[in-house]
Design a binder for this molecule. Sequence first.
Ligand SMILES: [Mg+2]
Length: 172
Amino acid sequence: MQPRLVIFDLDETLVHAAAARLAHAPDFEFGGHFVYLRPHLQTMLEAIWPEFDVAVWSSASRPYVDAVVWHVFGKRVPLKFAWAIERCVQRVDIRTNSYVYLKDLRKVQGQGYRLEQILMVDDSPDKVARQPRDHIQVVPFVGDPGDRALLELPARLAHAFTTTSTGARSEF
Ligand SMILES: [Mg+2]
């Protein structure tokens, strides 16, 4: 079987970083922020790691991405890559007159995967607007200790990789 690549967003997908401490203890602190890992993160990674190649692509800063990747993946799950804001495409959002940072899957093609072998897991549809068919959208994680979205993810990924019809990947 061809290798399949799952590219994870970080903020609100695998972790939540808050300037104010929540009611429960953070998993770690970085740059004055309290960082909370999404519940069931390790269970999900253990389920998908034997099946898929894993990478990270965040529009956050390089030092933040490095810190989160260390806490989430450590040495347990070797990543194909961990990209930060420097690999995103900067665009002006005319609604807000501010910059948005897009993840363009064409940048991944040099890594040896065809587009149909790649899925992005992201809470933000805007960030992956250029490849909606290759996108698994998860509800944003904002620190809820009862969040269960990652428990469903292995089955969603397996289903999505077997689905080719337009839009079917985002209908869960
Ligand atoms: Mg996000």
